[in-house]
Design a protein around this ligand. Structure first.
Ligand code: ADP
Ligand code: ADP
Length: 233
């Protein structure tokens, strides 16, 4: 579970202060698939980065699974990120010189998992994301949707308690976006994977449990998505 209490984030741009977050409060339960929506500049990415320990609040506290993460040292924070958090970005951020499988195992190698184990685990996850036939390919041989699924497999290899996704479908057409969103929904429904995703596409709501709407650095509204649809039902 994540608890966010009075979080502000001020960027100091010379003499100008940009108040990206102005006292955000929220709570995200384990096993939720939550969307963060709102206009450009409303603070969505800033909030996601703070929840993912990629940025720090100017004031306020974030507690993840009972741990007040602001009290962790830099080293403890990197361990926390590696062991408990997974990230997916809009530009995939794959290493082009490496094969699909080599990309996916990187976070497991960083954790010191044995090659036997990470090779087995990466094959299992690549099958789960529908890329069992692409294990030895390289990035340039893959479509955008496949590249994003590699990035998702890499984010999942350490079985993170929370998966963060920042506009993961921004560079994908709507059919490919649906493949990614279906994958997220399956991970959420089958394995109880907690997912927090920033998006500006309203139609993505149908895949989520709940949406937080941001405006001017605050969560101004939220909605439970009861219309969550199962294909063919
Ligand atoms: P969103 O993701 O909703 O588009 P952001 O969180 O990226 O919003 O940005 C919120 C506000 O903070 C915007 O006014 C943006 O210009 C500003 N901002 C974001 N990152 C920085 C930065 N690194 N330096 C200065 N201002 C920033
Ligand atoms: P096991 O300990 O046998 O892997 P789990 O309950 O952890 O049992 O997982 C059952 C299946 O679900 C396995 O195939 C596992 O790889 C998969 N799985 C578990 N958690 C996740 C997750 N967060 N994302 C994707 N697949 C997962």
């Amino acid at each position: 579970m994540i608890e966010v209490s009075d979080v502000t984030r001020i960027y100091q741009m010379g003499l100008v202060e940009v108040r990206a977050l102005q006292g955000v409060n929220c709570r995200i339960e384990s096993g939720e698939f939550v969307g963060i929506m709102g206009p450009s500049g409303s603070g969505k990415s800033t909030l996601l980065h703070i929840l993912g320990l990629l940025d720090e609040p100017t004031a306020g506290t974030v507690t993840i699974d009972g741990i007040p993460v602001g009290t962790l040292s830099e080293e403890e924070k990197s361990d926390f990120r590696l062991n408990r958090l997974g990230y997916v970005f809009q530009d995939y951020a794959l290493v082009p010189e490496l094969s699909v499988q080599e990309n996916v195992v990187l976070p497991a190698m960083a954790r010191g998992i044995s090659p036997n184990e990470y090779l087995r685990e990466s094959e299992k996850i690549l099958h789960e994301v529908g890329l069992g036939h692409r294990i030895h390919h390289r990035q340039y041989e893959l479509s955008g949707g496949e590249q994003q699924r590699v990035a998702i497999a890499r984010a999942l290899i350490n079985r993170p308690s929370i998966l963060f996704a920042d506009e993961p479908c921004a560079n994908l057409d709507s059919n490919t976006s649906r493949t990614i969103l279906n994958l997220f929904r399956d991970l959420n429904e089958k394995f109880g994977q907690t997912i927090i995703m920033v998006t500006h596409e309203d139609w993505h709501e149908e895949y989520m449990c709940r949406v937080l709407y941001m405006k001017d650095g605050l969560i101004e509204d939220e909605k439970a998505c009861k219309m969550r649809r199962r294909d063919g039902v």
